[in-house]
Write a protein that binds this ligand. Sequence first.
Ligand SMILES: C[S+](C)CC[C@H](N)C(=O)O
Ligand SMILES: N[C@@H](CCS)C(=O)O
Ligand SMILES: [Zn+2]
Length: 341
Amino acid sequence: MGLNTVDHNHPSSTFMANFLRQCGGCAVIDGGLATELERHGADLNDPLWSAKCLINSPHLIRRVHLDYLEAGANVIISASYQATLQGFEAKGLSIKEGETLLEKSVKIACEARDIFYERATKGSLDISDDGVTPKGRPVLVAASVGSYGAYLADGSEYSGNYGDNIGLQTLKDFHRRRVQVLAGSGADLIAFETIPNKLEAQAYAELLKEESIKIPAWFSFSSKDGTNVVSGDPIEDCALIADSCEQVIGVGINCTPPRFIQGLIQSIRSVTNKPILIYPNSGETYDAHRKEWVPSTGVADVDFVSYVGKWREAGASLIGGCCRTTPNTIRAISKTLSSNS
Ligand SMILES: C[S+](C)CC[C@H](N)C(=O)O
Ligand SMILES: N[C@@H](CCS)C(=O)O
Ligand SMILES: [Zn+2]
C-alpha cells in the first residue's frame, strides 16, 4: 500500500490526469450547494436537508449549479448528499420513487451543464473578462454521497461516532443501492463527501469493488483539528484506504476550516500520489440541533482566497468550497488560479 502502489496506467488515473490537464493543471470545484439553496429561500430544516429540494424545488438546484458554473466551476456536485433511499422511505416514498429522486439529482446537474454550454456557444455568457472563460471549459458532474451520519441528520458527520452497533457490514448495506443507482445515473464520478471516519471509507472502498462500480470516485474527509478526521482517526490511515482503491481518482478534505487545510494536504501527500482535492467550509460551526451555522468564526472570501496559493503549493489540484461558501468564493478561487497559471 501507499506511494508505490499507485497504478498510473489504470484507466481511472488517466481520466483524472486528462481532466486536470484540460483544466490547466488545477480544477475548480463548486461551493456550498445547501448554503445557496437556503440563500434562495429554501427551508432545509428537515431530515432530508438539501435533498428536500429534489422533491420541492428542483429548479432552484439547477439555478445554483448554473451559478457555480458561471463562477468558474469545473466540477459540480449533485444534490444527493443527504438523499438516501432510507430517508425517502421515512417520508413515505417507495424505493422506486427514491431511486428516481437519486437519478434526478444527477439529471439536474447534467441539465445545468447543458444550459451552460449552450449559453456559451451562443455567446450569451459574457464573463470571460474576469478570467472565467466558459467556452471549452471541461465540466464534470459528481454524484454526491454523504455519510451515514448525514442521513442521521443529527450532525454526526462532524463526530464520526456511530456507536458500537454500526459496523462495516451495516454501512456497506446502508449505502449499497444508492451507490449502484448513482453509478448508473450519468454522473462522471461519485463524490464521497464529508467522510467522518476510517470505517466508512473502508465501507465505500469495499462497495466500489464488490459492486464493480464503473465510474471513478473521490474520497473526501472532514477534520476538526488538522491532524485527524472528525472521529479521531488519523488522516493518513484514511487516505491510505483511498490510495489502495483503484476506482478512487482523488482524495482530500471538505467541510473543514481553511486554517487546517495546508497541514492536511501535506499529511495526505505523505501517503499517496493520487490527486488531492480540497473544498473547505468557511470555518463556521454547524449547530445540528437548530440546523443553523454559527456565524462569528467565518472566513471572508478575500481571506479564503489568500490560502489558495499555499494549498496549490502544498499539492492540491482540485480546489473549491463547501458549506457557507458561495459563487463569489468560487469566482475568486477561479480568478486566482487562472492568474497564477
Ligand atoms: C454537512 S452538515 C451541515 C449537513 C446537514 C446535517 N446532516 C443535518 O441534517 O443537520
Ligand atoms: N455537497 C454538500 C456538502 C455538504 S458538507 C453541499 O454543498 O451542500
Ligand atoms: Zn459542507
